[in-house]
Write a protein that binds this ligand. Structure first.
Ligand SMILES: [Zn+2]
Length: 78
């Protein structure tokens, strides 16, 4: 196989693994708003496209009070 094809395959595999990982994580976790204490579920799209740290902090907007900031994902459904 051509080396370029191998690199493309590796990149695609990493992307797919990442998408699956985030999809599973977002369906199994929820967030707590630091401002009002609201517990809410983030959608896959929100989890995927927002900036997030390896420590499980996501930049999200609270659906209740509109607070925007880094929110830590908590295990389990809301
Ligand atoms: Zn809030």
């Amino acid at each position: 196989m051509h080396p370029v094809i191998i690199i493309i395959v590796v990149v695609v595999v990493i992307l797919v693994v990442n998408v699956v990982r985030i999809a599973v994580k977002s369906s199994r976790s929820h967030f707590e708003c630091p401002a009002c204490g609201e517990h809410f579920q983030a959608s896959f799209a929100q989890s995927f496209f927002t900036a997030h740290s390896l420590g499980g902090q996501y930049h999200l907007t609270c659906p209740k009070c509109g607070q925007t900031g880094l929110m830590t994902s908590l295990p389990g459904k809301q």
